[in-house]
Design a binder for this molecule. Structure first.
Ligand code: EPU
Length: 421
């Protein structure tokens, strides 16, 4: 087991370059299953979730070539095994996108239920509802989902989602792309990675419009062809470094970002006293003084992302005054890290969906345990602020989604290292 050792107290300074977006990559790579031909995908982050997905696809017969420069070549023309390896599927969340992709291309799928970060109950009823509305016959067991073409065949339909779900929106886009007729998703998620997936598929010949709004239209096409596509920068990775720079009272230029995607995060840090300067594809964050308290409520995009809840909570934990943090996407997400932050001296009172965070002058280093990806990132930021030494355990969660995090933080002056035990 490995862990991170962090000696806190150094403001982050310098430049960090953001990698390709995890949650776009994990949708786009399975989307290559729809394509006959070679997909050249640039800006693919080298993180555990991507490695697992590529292993799953290779095991299914895809020809996968990973280059050093973040480029992946994927040829899914000749898929020979329609049963994704269940052990690999259970190692991550986004493997559920194999369901939509296989259904669209082959009219059937047998996929184990996914694993991944379990900070809340994460139902997939909206994905299943979508598949059924497209004509699939669905059978669910305790650990598997079986999809096949129903008696009336598969075809486009209008699907109104009960909740705004990234996963269901992606899965329905995948499932509908090769079906006859038009599919309309109402109450669709609007996250940047939904737009990225649609742009990828359109580059390969799909006919998807409206991505980024709450109505997405997919006109099914008979076949998709190969092509080249670059994944967008990771909004949450960028937000994590921006929060870390502000919390350590640093001065960091965060490169390779789309500033518009960051507004929901940077506007909050600005309110807390950080100076934010937007450039075309970079953001500078500077902070010379203690942050001040604020009020944040997580919401689907373009609201403040739930995936930044834990990182902003650390900023609040040492800000002056009492902050209010409300979670509206995953109610139980506080339990992944708040008790760990309390062990470091933070004062957090959770009442249902809301945490009241009383800012302390500083935090103190101790051993803490990551229980999910973003919780782990937040504990690293806490360690960077804290006095003394912090050990972050369970770092496999962090390595699921942050490319070269240790090297990037070291380059910003952080005293952090990975220890193998
Ligand atoms: N929901 C349902 N039924 C469904 C699907 C979702 O009730 O069938 C509910 C969920 O319980 C939740 C809400 O809808 O309350 C939103 O869930 P969503 O489906 O949007 O989440 P997801 O697709 O499972 C993705 C990201 C998560 C991120 C959420 C919310 C990927 C692979 N994962 O999850 O990212 O927290 O959207 O933005 O895209 C992370 O990167 O650390 C991460 C957990």
């Amino acid at each position: 087991m490995a862990k991170y050792e962090i000696r806190g107290g150094t403001p982050l300074t310098g430049t960090v370059t953001i990698s390709g977006a995890k949650n776009a990559a994990v949708a786009i790579l399975p989307a290559a299953l729809l394509v006959k031909g070679v997909c050249r995908v640039e800006n693919v982050p080298d993180i555990a979730d991507v490695r697992i997905l590529l292993d799953i696809l290779a095991d299914m017969g895809a020809v996968v070539t990973r280059q050093d420069d973040g480029v992946v070549l994927l040829d899914c023309t000749n898929i020979t095994n329609l049963n994704p390896n269940p052990e690999l599927v259970r190692k991550m969340r986004a493997s559920y996108y194999l369901m939509g992709a296989l259904l669209s291309r082959f009219g059937k799928a047998e996929v184990a239920l996914p694993g991944g970060c379990s900070f809340a109950s994460r139902p997939i009823d909206q994905h299943i509802k979508g598949f059924r509305m497209l004509g699939a016959k669905v059978r669910e067991t305790e650990d598997y989902v079986y999809l096949e073409t129903g008696a009336g065949g598969l075809q486009g339909n209008r699907i109104v989602l009960d909740v705004v779900s990234v996963g269901a929106t992606v899965n329905i886009i995948l499932a509908a792309s090769l079906l006859p007729g038009q599919t309309i998703i109402e109450n669709a998620a609007k996250e940047p990675h939904i737009v990225d997936l649609a742009n990828f598929l359109n580059t390969m010949g799909a006919k998807i419009s409206g991505a980024g709004t709450d109505t997405v239209k997919i006109k099914g096409v008979a076949e998709l062809h190969g092509g080249s596509y670059a994944i967008i920068p990771d909004q949450i990775e960028a937000g994590t470094y921006i929060a870390a720079a502000a919390a350590t009272r640093g001065n960091v230029l965060v490169k390779n970002v789309i500033p518009k995607h960051m507004d929901c995060i940077t506007s909050k840090l600005q309110e807390m006293g950080a100076t934010i300067t937007n450039y075309d594809d970079a953001i500078r964050v500077q902070c010379n003084e203690r942050l001040v308290s604020t009020k944040v409520k997580t919401r689907p995009y373009p609201g403040f992302p739930t995936d930044m809840q834990a990182q902003i909570c650390v900023c609040m934990a040492t800000a002056e005054g009492v902050s209010q943090l409300t979670e509206s996407v995953y109610e139980t997400r506080f339990f992944g890290y708040c008790s760990e932050l309390e062990n470091m001296g933070a004062k957090i009172e959770i009442n249902g969906k809301t945490a009241m965070v009383t800012g302390k002058e500083t935090l103190k280093g101790t051993t803490v345990h990551a229980r999910d990806l973003r919780a782990g990132a937040a504990l690293i930021i806490a360690g960077l602020i804290a006095s003394g030494t912090t050990y972050v355990e369970n770092i496999h969660y962090v390595e699921r989604g942050y490319e070269h995090i240790i090297e990037k933080l070291q380059a910003l002056g952080a005293d952090i290292r990975r220890i193998e035990e």
